[in-house]
Design a protein around this ligand. Structure first.
Ligand SMILES: CCCCC/C=C\C/C=C\C/C=C\C/C=C\CCCC(=O)SCCNC(=O)CCNC(=O)[C@H](O)C(C)(C)COP(=O)(O)OP(=O)(O)OC[C@H]1O[C@@H](n2cnc3c(N)ncnc32)[C@H](O)[C@@H]1OP(=O)(O)O
Length: 213
């Protein structure tokens, strides 16, 4: 059995979810502003007090988990609370993933200063997270659903933040519940920056629905 999609919470009207997505975007902008601010200490303390009050207001009604996967108004699977693609998750870039007509997936990515690893460059763990997700989406685009079993990365060149790069992934081969997937993050001219290969496993409990037995 596949995990059931969560029944929508009564308060999850589309207008509220759209408002939450706007709030999440402001929270992303806030994290960038925090990472880059150079205002004096007194101003930092004043902003901190205002933020603490806002955190309390949002916490007045609090769930135990972010938005769970559901089917959006366009009839497509979505996961608004996901750390990579979730519109209502401030941690998400959020990545917008297209399915390519020739197979596989593609996403334009612009990393931000909050993704800093080596000075001035993107953290390798952040690019690994993005590639993990892209590989998983390529598996889903091929008509399967699976979890990462192994993920192997080759960091060829550092990724600059602030400049657009491109992520791609496509399924290589399948064998029973196993799906091998390759992907990369590259410059727009195709120069590879990080290459990934992963083995994704369809959990035995999902196999009947996903693979027909
Ligand atoms: C993640 C999606 C959730 C949403 C689901 C709903 C709908 C899906 C639709 C769309 C989704 C769209 C996009 C998804 C996007 C992103 C994906 C993000 C991916 C992640 O971020 S996901 C988190 C990290 N991931 C884990 O948290 C996995 C933890 N783990 C487990 O949950 C189990 O461990 C599991 C399921 C891996 C296997 O469990 P199992 O019981 O089903 O399989 P079993 O043990 O029977 O092994 C069968 C054969 O696979 C081999 N095998 C097993 N495990 C292996 C491994 N790790 N490496 C190499 N080979 C392995 C065995 O050696 C055997 O091989 P053999 O048959 O040859 O002997």
């Amino acid at each position: 059995m596949m995990p059931d999609l969560a029944p929508p919470q009564e308060s999850d009207g589309e207008a509220r979810l759209a408002a939450l997505a706007v709030l999440a975007q402001h929270a992303r902008d806030l994290t960038d502003a925090v990472a880059l601010t150079d205002v004096p200490e007194r101003e930092l303390r004043a902003v901190t007090a205002e933020l603490a009050a806002l955190t309390d207001r949002l916490g007045a009604a609090r769930r135990t988990a972010p938005a769970q996967p559901d089917i959006g108004p366009d009839g497509r699977f979505r996961h608004l609370g996901n750390a990579v693609v979730g519109d209502t998750n401030p941690h998400a870039l959020p990545l917008v993933i297209e399915r390519r007509p020739e197979g596989g997936v593609r996403a334009g990515i612009t990393f931000r200063p909050v993704h800093e690893g080596p000075p001035g460059l993107v953290h390798g763990g952040v690019s690994a997270m993005i590639l993990d997700h892209l590989l998983g989406e390529a598996v889903a685009a091929s008509g399967r659903a699976a979890m990462t079993g192994t993920l192997s990365l080759r960091y060829r060149k550092p990724i600059p933040y602030g400049t657009p790069v491109v992520g791609t992934a496509a399924v290589g081969r399948t064998e029973g519940r196993k799906t091998w997937v390759d992907g990369m993050i590259a410059l727009p001219d195709g120069t590879p920056l990080v290459e990934a290969t992963g083995l994704f496993i369809t959990p035995s409990q999902w196999a009947e629905v996903v693979l027909g037995g």
